[in-house]
Design a protein around this ligand. Structure first.
Ligand code: SF4
Length: 357
């Protein structure tokens, strides 16, 4: 435990978990404890979410120390292709592709091999490290599984991209097939806490999602799993999700901010503020210090002019459009990254900080 953190502050220790009264938190001391291998408590994670706007820069700077240790000045870019759009029988309240959605989106079945290769070419040209192949639906059918098995080796051979597949619920056998064909990682978001899950979806359960993540891990694949902020959840829900992701030791966490799309059940949901977005990113960084943290959908809409501050905490963004909503121009992202003195990397050996943080 750092001397900094101890200065004038009373600690309560439970097992190896650090616990502090929220109003007395020393953010830099807390960061130092994480850098030293400690784990923040739920209470401290909640305190981050509840911290005052006046403390925001201190919280961001403390989270940045953790980001800098694990990822240096690097930023990883991800590129999404919506390989099958709409036509989904599930009822996820946030999703424009669900059976309940009236949103006027494009609907199409699985893209052709050529179209998916074209997408991979764009991903490579934009400096992405990973090509994320996403399909709508509860779970992939045999035709969709076969299409993924055909395209993945070709993308890897031609463009040297990592592949993340987001195909819905997976059986152990399907997860093993994805591993065999060269998929590196599977995305399957928890989205929110176990307690809040039934409020946003009734056609599958939180446990279904957890089961898929376990099948993916058992198959030897990396895990990408995150959530959506702004769906009516409590601070406790967000913290529960962060700790669940920590338990799962996910390699990558995309944090979305609900883009309330007209025609979806959550269309009237009030958006989160840029400050809340930052606090959520900071909390996720403290609880999952070495996981990739990606500012995902809703970045432009909700972080707005504070996007650069988000990158002091997260180390990754999507470049280009999201599944059914537009992202900002890639040139704006490159400019933002350069202005901050950060570097885009496609390398796995991301630059951990070589100076004393
Ligand atoms: S999030 Fe996925 S499973 Fe849920 S409605 Fe949208 S496409 Fe279907």
């Amino acid at each position: 435990m750092s001397d900094n953190a101890l200065l004038g502050i009373k600690y309560f220790m439970a097992n190896d978990t650090l616990s502090l009264p929220p109003q007395q938190l020393d953010w830099f001391g807390l960061a130092q404890d994480v850098l030293d291998g400690g784990k923040v408590s739920r209470e401290s994670a909640l305190a981050i979410l509840k911290s005052h706007d006046d403390e925001l820069l201190d919280v961001v700077a403390a989270a940045h120390r953790i980001r800098r240790k694990h990822f240096g000045k690097t930023v990883q870019l991800y590129f999404l292709v919506n390989a099958k759009s709409g036509l989904c029988p599930e009822d996820c309240g946030y999703c424009s592709q669900s059976k309940l959605s009236q949103a006027p989106i494009e609907k199409y079945r699985m893209l052709s091999v050529e179209q998916l290769l074209d997408g991979a070419k764009v991903a490579a040209e934009r400096g992405s490290k990973t090509y994320c192949i996403v399909i709508s639906g509860r779970a992939p059918n045999e035709r969709e599984m076969t299409a993924v098995e055909q395209i993945v080796p070709r993308v890897k051979e031609q463009f040297n991209l990592k592949i993340c597949a987001c195909l819905g619920l997976l059986s152990p056998q399907q997860a093993a097939r994805l591993k065999s064909c060269g998929v590196d990682r599977v995305n399957h978001n928890l989205n929110t806490s176990r307690e809040h899950y039934d409020d946003i979806c009734s056609t599958h359960t939180y446990q279904d999602r957890l089961d898929t993540l376990h099948h993916v891990r058992d198959a030897g694949l990396e895990l990408c799993s995150g959530g959506i902020i702004g769906m009516g959840e409590t601070h406790e829900d967000l913290v529960s999700m962060a700790f669940e992701l920590s338990e799962l030791q996910v390699e990558s966490i995309p944090l979305n901010f609900l883009h309330a799309i007209e025609g979806t059940p959550l269309e009237k949901q009030v958006g989160v503020t840029p400050q809340q977005c930052l606090r959520s990113l900071c909390m996720m960084r403290f609880v999952n210090p070495s996981s990739e943290l990606r500012i995902a959908g809703g970045r432009e809409k909700h972080l707005r002019s504070l996007q650069p501050l988000g990158l002091y905490v997260a180390n990754s963004i999507f470049v280009g459009d999201y599944l059914t909503t537009k992202g900002q121009a890639p040139e704006s992202d490159y400019q933002m990254i350069a202005d901050m003195g950060f570097d885009v990397t496609r390398c796995d050996e991301v630059g951990a900080c070589d100076t004393e943080c």
